[in-house]
Structure formats: structure tokens, C-alpha cells
Write a protein that binds this ligand. Structure first.
Ligand code: ADP
Ligand code: MG
Length: 291
């Protein structure tokens, strides 16, 4: 597939999307034009942190799911988070993405953006992408169409005729297709992909937004060993360009990608360090084996 053909395809899809969306909003389609405007806030990582949580607490009906949680992530870092079921791993991601509000604590993106002052869609716009466990690709659309839609869509707000078009867009999609190793499947219907390929496609959809921070919750669950290995390669290739926080149970996968591992237990950090070190930690062994 040549770039020209890709671009022709992109333009066709663009025209179709524009036709479908024009006039569908309350403002006759005009509101959609604002969807690509990013906030002017840049992430200030001069203090060596892209994400910073301090003394965060969350209760659900009196049950303390997160207790005095503190954590920081360096720019370009790939951090792995492990911990038993119910440790608060998903809740931590809910807090970072604005889905759950903590009762107290500090959550900063870089050293200047207070995430607790932003809504879930705003946080996505600021450059924090999240991948949930279950793939949510559009099964009837092709791989390419899924990526195209993701490029133009930000958290459900559909861009229309105002969107930047043409070669720049096609170029970005080609890059993403290569990154996720689906360049040979671009015309394949997403519903026909393997589970692992769907997961990669969804990661690709996030990558079209060029997120600064990516949160991935159990990305290799249900994958074959070979798919898991390829996912490890993918994540290693993303590291440096993006910061990644990966929650996983698969220890072979963690071993392949990890530098620093954080062990969460009962809503707080139990241990942190290289995988071998946390695996040898008595308290960690206790929570995994001791009950
Ligand atoms: P993990 O992802 O580490 O398995 P979770 O963050 O999903 O753990 O859950 C942590 C704890 O908080 C669990 O005991 C869970 O039942 C509870 N919890 C999570 N979300 C809610 C909610 N919305 N309402 C009530 N309890 C919740
Ligand atoms: Mg979870």
C-alpha cells in the first residue's frame, strides 16, 4: 500500500465522516470544530516527574480503597504496577484519569497541572491516554478506519470539516500502523482480528492522539505467549517517547519490560524497585502467597 493510496483512503473516509457529522450537533456542526483545540498548558517535566501522586485517599462507602498512596513517574519511564486483586490498581488509574475523585491528596501532571481540577475529557485532552482491559475497537470498521476515527475523535467529540487533512494525517496513521505491526492488515475488518491484534489496534488508536502518558490496565490478559512477547516489544519501543504505567499480573511480561516495579497492596505502595528485588521481599511474598 503506497502513501498515495493511503491518503486517498483517508480523504474518502474524511469526506464520509464530514458528511455524516455536519449539522448533527446542537450548534449545527460548529461545536465539532473545537474538538481538536488542545489546551495551551504544556506539561512541565523540569522537575523530572511527569506524574506525581502524594498522600491520595479514596473511600467507597467507608471502605478505604486507596490509603496514603504516593507515587511518581519520570518522563519516558515505563513503570509496572503489580499487586493482588483489590489492591487498588484500577482505582489508581481512575483517579489519574479523573473518573474517580479522591477524598484527599495531590495528583499532578508535570509540576504545574493539578489533575484534580480537571474533568475526565480535559485530562484526556491534556495528553493522558488510557487503555481499559477489554478491547473496544469498532468491529465493523477496518483497521485503518478505526485509526482514522481515533485520529479525528477525541473522547467522543467528533471533529468535522475543520480538521487538518491530507498528507500529515495519512503520515501519522502509517507511523502508527507500523508501530503496532498491523501495516499488512490495514484493510482487514477489526472484528476479524485476533484478540491480541485488537488490543494492539486499540493501543494504536490511543497513539494517534500522541499521548504523553499512557495508562494500560492488564494489556496482555487473554493473549497468546507469542502475542504477549510482541506486546513487550511494542511497549519497549514506546518507552522514552511516551511515559507508560502498566498494570499486569503476567510476570513473564513484567520481567521482559520492567525497570522499576511498584507493588500495590490494600491501596498503598508495599514495595518498589527492580523486579528481582520486590520478588524477594518478604512482605511481597506474604501478600501473594501468605493467605
Ligand atoms: P485492582 O484493580 O487492584 O484489582 P480495584 O482498584 O479495582 O483493584 O479495587 C480496589 C478495591 O476498591 C476493591 O476492594 C474494590 O471492590 C473496591 N472498589 C473499586 N471501585 C469501587 C466502586 N466504584 N465502588 C465501591 N468499591 C469499589
Ligand atoms: Mg483492576
Amino acid at each position: 500500500m503506497t502513501p498515495d493510496l493511503l491518503e486517498a483512503g483517508a480523504q474518502r473516509l474524511h469526506a464520509r465522516a464530514a458528511q455524516q457529522t455536519t449539522g448533527q450537533t446542537a450548534s449545527g456542526g460548529h461545536a465539532a470544530g473545537f474538538s481538536r483545540i488542545r489546551t495551551s498548558q504544556e506539561v512541565d517535566v523540569s522537575h523530572g516527574r511527569i506524574l506525581y501522586l502524594e498522600d491520595v485517599n479514596v473511600s467507597f462507602d467507608g471502605f478505604k480503597a486507596i490509603k496514603h498512596l504516593s507515587l511518581d513517574i519520570a518522563p519516558g519511564e515505563l513503570r509496572c504496577i503489580i499487586g493482588p486483586n483489590g489492591a487498588g490498581k484500577t482505582t489508581m488509574m481512575d483517579i489519574i484519569t479523573g473518573k474517580t475523585r479522591p477524598d484527599s491528596g495531590t495528583v499532578f501532571f508535570g509540576s504545574t497541572i493539578d489533575l484534580l481540577r480537571h474533568s475526565e475529557p480535559e485530562i484526556a485532552q491534556l495528553g493522558i491516554g488510557r487503555k481499559f482491559q477489554k478491547p473496544t475497537v469498532f468491529e465493523q470498521l477496518t483497521v485503518y478506519e478505526n485509526l482514522e476515527l481515533a485520529l479525528k475523535t477525541h473522547k467522543g467529540v467528533r471533529a468535522s470539516v475543520f480538521f487538518k487533512r491530507g498528507s500529515e494525517q495519512a503520515q501519522r496513521l502509517i507511523e502508527v500502523l507500523h508501530t503496532i505491526h498491523l501495516q499488512d492488515s490495514l484493510n482487514r475488518q477489526a472484528g476479524l482480528l485476533s484478540h491480541g491484534q485488537k488490543q494492539w489496534l486499540e493501543i494504536g488508536m490511543l497513539l494517534t492522539q500522541d499521548p504523553k502518558l499512557l495508562l494500560l490496565d492488564e494489556p496482555v490478559a487473554g493473549m497468546t505467549d507469542q502475542e504477549t512477547e510482541r506486546t513487550a516489544e511494542l511497549f519497549l519501543s514506546l518507552k522514552g517517547k511516551h511515559s507508560l504505567v502498566v498494570v499486569e499480573h503476567d510476570m513473564a511480561f513484567i520481567k521482559a519490560i520492567s525497570n522499576t516495579v511498584t507493588v500495590l497492596c490494600e491501596g498503598a505502595v508495599l514495595a518498589q524497585g527492580p523486579l528481582a528485588q520486590v520478588q524477594a521481599d518478604e512482605r511481597v511474598i506474604e501478600v501473594y502467597l501468605g493467605r
